[in-house]
Design a protein around this ligand. Structure first.
Ligand code: 5GP
Length: 301
C-alpha cells in the first residue's frame, strides 16, 4: 500500500498503485503522462496502422500519444451517440465537420486570450492538442431553456433565462453524468475554490465569445458544454478549455426559423445531422461552399 500510483505511472505493482492509476486514467483521459511501454499498462493498444499509441477511446473521439511529450493527437470519429450511448449511429462526415468547427472556435478563443488546449489541426480528422489533466466535470452554460433544465424545472423550451446559468455535472458515464453542486466539488476534491473561480470565469468568457460569433451568422447559442483541464508550467498550473467545442456539445438554433442545427437533430430524429452541421460550417465560412464533408475512404477492388 505505497500509494506511488497516485502521483505517476505505476512503477510499483502493488494493488493500491495499480487500482489508483487505473482510476486516474479513467478520470483524466488527457493526462500528462506518456506511456513508456505496452507492458506497463494493459489498456494501451498499439495502433499498428498509424504506428502510434492509443491512450483513450471515447464515444466521439480517440486520443493518441502526440509526437512531442505533453502533446496528444485528438481524432474525431463519425460515431454519434445520445442518451448515454443508448442510441448510436455512424454519421458520415461528422468527425470532419467537428474537427474543423472545434478548430475554428478554439482558435478564436486563443486569439482573444481565452486559453485552450488546441495547438493545430493536423488533417481532416485530427488535431494536435496540449496534454492536460481534465477536471472531472462537464461545465454547462445555458442562455435559453432547453434539454434537461426544462425537465428538471418545468420550463418551456426556448424561454430566455434571466442571465446565463452555469451548471456542473460529474463526468461519469455509468452514473449518467449527474448534476452536482460546488459543495460536492469541494467536498470530494474534484477542484479547488480557486479552480472553480477560474472555471466560472472561463465558462462565461466562452459563452460571450460563442454567443457573439453565432449571433453574427444568424444562429442562437442556446446552451453548450465544455470541459476544462489543468496544464502545468513548472510548478504552476493554469486552466485551459479542452476536449471540443462543436455542434455535438452545443444547442444551436437558427434565429429566424428556429431550425435546430445541433445534435438534437440526431437525438430527436429531426433530419440529417450532417446537413445541419454543414450549414453551421458554411455560415461560419469554415468549409468552402458546396464542399461535401469527406467520409471514410472506400476500398476500390
Ligand atoms: P442537457 O443537460 O440539456 O442535456 O445539455 C446541455 C448542453 O450540454 C447541450 O448543449 C448538450 O449538447 C451538452 N451536453 C451535455 N452533456 C453532454 C455530453 O455528455 N456530451 C456532449 N458532447 N455534450 C453534452
Amino acid at each position: 500500500m505505497c500509494g506511488v500510483g497516485a502521483y505517476g505511472p505505476p512503477v510499483c505493482t502493488c494493488a493500491n498503485c495499480q487500482t489508483t492509476w487505473r482510476r486516474l486514467q479513467q478520470l483524466n483521459p488527457y493526462t500528462m503522462w506518456s506511456p513508456p511501454a505496452e507492458t506497463r499498462l494493459p489498456n494501451i493498444e498499439r495502433n499498428k496502422m498509424a504506428r502510434r499509441i492509443k491512450i483513450y477511446e471515447g464515444k466521439a473521439k480517440i486520443l493518441y500519444e502526440g509526437p512531442e511529450p505533453g502533446t496528444i493527437v485528438q481524432y474525431f470519429k463519425d460515431d454519434a451517440t445520445a442518451f448515454n450511448a443508448e442510441k448510436m449511429e455512424v454519421i458520415d462526415g461528422k468527425g470532419v465537420l467537428n474537427n474543423r468547427l472545434s478548430e475554428f472556435f478554439m482558435t478564436g478563443l486563443n486569439n482573444i486570450g481565452v486559453p485552450t488546449h488546441f495547438l493545430k489541426r493536423l488533417n481532416m480528422r485530427e488535431q494536435l492538442v496540449r496534454a492536460c489533466e481534465i477536471i472531472p466535470l462537464e461545465i454547462i452554460v445555458r442562455n435559453y431553456a432547453a434539454g434537461t433544465i426544462c425537465t428538471r424545472l418545468g420550463l418551456e423550451e426556448g424561454a430566455a433565462l434571466p442571465r446565463p446559468i452555469v451548471e456542473y455535472c460529474y463526468k461519469d458515464d455509468a452514473l449518467g453524468d449527474p448534476l452536482v453542486s460546488e459543495e460536492h466539488i469541494a467536498a470530494f476534491g474534484w477542484a479547488s475554490q480557486q479552480d472553480m473561480d477560474d472555471v466560472l470565469s472561463l465558462a462565461l468568457r466562452v459563452n460571450d465569445f460563442m454567443s457573439g460569433v453565432m449571433m453574427a451568422v444568424g444562429i442562437r447559442l442556446v446552451d453548450f458544454k465544455i470541459e476544462i483541464g489543468r496544464v502545468y508550467d513548472g510548478d504552476f498550473q493554469r486552466l485551459v478549455v479542452a476536449d471540443e467545442i462543436s455542434p455535438d456539445s452545443c444547442r444551436l438554433w437558427d434565429i429566424e426559423t428556429g431550425r435546430k442545427l445541433d445534435k438534437d437533430v440526431f437525438r430527436r430524429d429531426l433530419g440529417n445531422l450532417t446537413d445541419a452541421y454543414t450549414e453551421v460550417a458554411r455560415r461560419l465560412g469554415v468549409m468552402p461552399k458546396n464542399a461535401a464533408p469527406m467520409g471514410k475512404p472506400t476500398l476500390i477492388n
